[in-house]
Ligand binder design. Structure first.
Ligand SMILES: [Cu+2]
Length: 778
């Protein structure tokens, strides 16, 4: 992806209301395969230092854009963006049908973020990718103001799929008795979450307890502290009850924080962290011999469906379909042959509340059944251009999807001409069930080495190299990639082990996109793999770190495979820990349905089972504060997954990230953790010898290998494992949430309210406070 940065004068020419020109955004077409899906950058109204190229080059604006929205003035150093939420029309490629079949492209109408970008002439226009929000780029020290307007219909004005009892339009009425029950009345209520930012959770800041109703315009203000880490973050909708349907509609965008801070070496080691951006300069920003072109990929799982209308059912009946063979009005259209969701010519897909069950498009079974593919920056199976063999690229990967684990691999197209792959993708009618055959047949090269340098936006203390990056919902990973030779490469979502997949039954592997790689500019030494990447990184450190002692120390670290100079958070050692928390996720099938709960747990000594017992499990209650934590405290959190439905849950907590201490495999089945010993299945929570730590670089669970010591904000908690993390409650007080990032789980109750209070536990809050669950220590 080309640079997405846009310079703007402090007060740009267009202010106040601008006539909205066109709402219809054209989506992917056959021709787009040859161009690229590129996320446009959102227009900003000030120019931070890092945006000014020192090499005398101007940065290129985004290539295409179409509509126009209103803009706003912004004074001084503030950084201001405008964002609207409204229905947007577009088109998605449906690879289950050939391109020349009318069903090869589906028309959709989805709730979407509509932002402002600049076109080639510097004029503000709406982004060209309708279902991936514009990129936000900010810097430490910025005051980031986001003026957000919810232009969706009010709940009472919604017309739902299906029909009313009198045959008229079906309206959304009433509200559910329980706010964890999916209901149409929530679908158009929203707010904005800046995922991974270390900012205040209160007031106008990253406050997801706020509701922005239809018709409301509101300005968020995020004060990004000067010591905020730079990295790969994202923003998305987070209103309880509508998070899953809205993010499943594409209501997510890339949020990058960039910086140019040099690391500072002190007497006892690194005194101040530097920004990884310093040693990964992009082409055209500064003038360096070694540069790292950048691609940011937002992966989305847009779960649109088309539904039967009364007129279509009448036509079926007129055509001779027996009445008892007719689908229900408003039900999801499926292909009788494959069960995949289909849209007929003239249909418009959406993410809407079903007439029987509001979340019928968002169940665990729905996504695999749908046959949908994960999109990259709003495009399905599109080409990512501009790669050259031997160049080292920085890929910023963001899992902005809801319903599928991604096992990212890059594999070369071998033994087949690239044109055959294009033809295959254009002509195939295979559906997701057989997508893996295409991968096997065409993307048969060995996966290339991926050099992992940051996770969840935060620079890793140690570099991790491997052939696959497992991305769970909300994960980010910054990887360095160098293509060893020219040719065509597939971006593959490899099939995961069933347990490692959020659906516990992964889809077959699939091609998510592909890349044409031009010949190397000079002969490649060492084949262009991880060694080449690390050599180039070393050259760049030599060139970009200005203090000689710091340069030598950073190079010495690199020789040990470490990036300590660029790690924001210091390790949390045992003596610093002042308290403990336990978190047990539980998905329980009970007589009234499925309960989505979080509780705490206590150790118990057992044989052949989990050595912990879940207690105080409950679903989300908006008026209850589940944990009160002291500002300045440092807690060790122990997490596990329980429940009669044994699935993993991605734990996400707002405000403060956590460091992974260890991930312990304790379940005796299928193999006893202490190997063949006779007592191997006797689990004692107080006896560390009954566990295996799988978080080291050679850990046996790929999901966790190499995570020890890393800082993250989201972590998949597999059943049968015990995850220990530590976190500091720094700087910010207030109420916020932690939750499962399978967002339909969150909407249905797998969430807790967290309060960070002043160190004495008081803070002048006037809401009634009831503590729930075990709050031990701290
Ligand atoms: Cu969950």
């Amino acid at each position: 992806m080309r640079s997405q940065l846009i310079r703007r004068s402090t007060r740009h020419a267009v202010s106040g209301l601008v006539v909205f020109v066109s709402l219809t955004a054209s989506g992917a077409t056959a021709q787009d395969i040859a161009t690229l899906p590129r996320a446009a950058a959102m227009a900003r109204t000030s120019t931070p230092d890092w945006l000014v190229p020192t090499g005398g080059m101007e940065l290129a604006p985004p290539a295409q854009a179409e509509a126009m929205i209103e803009t706003d003035d912004c004074l001084g150093a503030d950084v201001c963006y405008d964002l609207s939420l409204r229905y947007v029309d577009g088109t998605f490629r449906n690879p289950s049908f050939p391109e020349d079949d009318p069903r090869g492209f589906d028309d959709v109408r989805l709730r979407a973020y509509a932002g402002l970008v600049l076109d080639d002439t510097g004029a503000p226009v709406a982004q060209n990718t309708p279902f991936v929000a514009p990129v936000v780029e900010i810097a430490p020290g910025d005051t980031f103001r986001l003026t957000f307007e919810n232009e969706l219909p009010r709940p009472g004005d919604m017309v739902l799929p299906g029909e009313a009892a009198n045959g008229g339009p079906l309206r959304c009425s009433g509200e559910p008795a329980d706010h964890n029950t999916p209901h149409c009345s929530s679908f158009n209520l929203t707010n904005v979450h800046t995922h991974g930012l270390w900012v205040s959770p209160l007031g106008n800041s990253d406050n997801v307890l706020l509701t922005v109703n239809p018709g409301i315009k509101f300005t968020y203000e995020y004060n990004i502290p000067n010591d905020h880490p730079t990295g790969t973050f994202w923003y998305h909708a987070h209103r309880h009850g509508s998070t899953a349907p809205q993010v499943s509609s594409g209501m997510a965008g890339i949020l990058l924080i960039r910086g140019n801070r040099q690391p500072v070496l002190g007497a006892g080691g690194w005194a101040l962290p530097g920004d990884l951006d310093v040693v990964l300069p992009r082409p055209g920003v500064g003038s360096y011999n070694v540069t790292f072109p950048e691609r940011t990929m937002l992966f989305q799982q847009i779960a649109y469906a088309c539904r039967w209308t009364r007129a279509q059912l009448n036509a079926l009946a007129d055509g001779g379909t027996a009445p008892d063979a007719l689908p229900a009005v408003g039900s999801i259209k499926t292909d009788p042959a494959t069960g995949n969701w289909i849209c007929d010519e003239g249909d418009v897909g959406g993410v809407e509340p079903g007439p029987v069950s509001a979340f019928d498009q968002l169940t665990p079974a729905a996504w695999p059944a749908s046959g949908r593919y994960t999109a990259i920056n709003g495009g399905i199976q599109q080409e990512q251009p501009g790669a050259v063999a031997g160049r080292v690229e920085r890929w910023r990967l963001i899992h902005g999807g809801v319903r599928e684990t991604i096992g990212l691999q890059i594999r070369k197209v071998e033994s087949q001409p690239a044109e055959a792959l294009r033809t295959r993708l254009a002509d195939s009618a295979e559906g997701r069930e057989r997508a893996g055959e295409t991968v096997d047949q065409f993307c048969s090269g060995e996966p290339i080495e991926l050099v992992r340098v940051a996770t969840d936006g935060l620079t890793r203390p140690d570099i991790l190299t491997g052939s696959e990056v497992i991305l769970q919902p909300a994960y980010r990973e910054d990887i360095l990639v160098s293509f060893p030779s020219e040719g065509t490469y597939c971006i593959v979502d490899a099939e995961s082990a069933a347990q490692a997949d959020i659906n516990v039954n992964d889809n077959d592997s699939a091609i998510l996109g592909f890349i044409e790689v031009a010949p190397a500019e000079a002969p490649l030494e060492g084949g262009g793999g991880a060694d080449h990447v690390l050599a180039m990184l070393g050259q760049s450190i030599s060139e970009t770190i200005t203090d000689p002692a710091a340069r030598d120390a950073a190079l010495s670290d690199l020789a040990d495979g470490r990036l300590d100079a660029f790690v924001k958070h210091r390790d949390i050692a045992d003596p610093e820990v002042s308290g403990h928390q336990t978190v047990g996720f539980a998905l329980n099938l009970n007589p009234t349905g499925v309960a989505f709960e979080i509780g705490t747990f206590v150790p118990t000594h057992v044989s052949n089972g989990a050595p912990f017992a879940l207690v105080n499990a409950a679903s989300y209650e908006a008026t209850r504060i589940d944990r009160v934590l002291p500002l300045g405290g440092v807690d060790e959190w122990t997490l596990s997954s329980f429940g009669s439905i044994p699935v993993g849950h991605p734990f996400h907590i707002h405000v403060n990230p956590f460091q992974i201490v260890e991930v312990l495999k304790y379940r005796p089945d299928p193999g006893c953790p202490s190997a063949e010993g006779a007592q191997g299945c006797d689990i004692d929570p107080n006896d560390p010898s009954t566990y295996i730590d799988v978080s080291g670089p050679d850990g046996i669970e790929p999901q966790y290998a190499g995570f020890k010591g890393a800082w993250k904000d989201t972590l998949f908690i597999l059943p049968g494992y015990l995850v220990k993390t530590r976190t500091r409650y720094e700087r910010y007080i207030g109420d916020f949430v932690m939750h499962c990032h399978i967002l339909d789980h969150e909407d249905q109750g797998m969430m807790q309210n967290i309060r960070i209070a002043l160190p004495d536990g008081k803070g002048g809050f006037d809401r009634p406070m009831t503590e729930h669950g075990a709050h031990s220590g701290g």
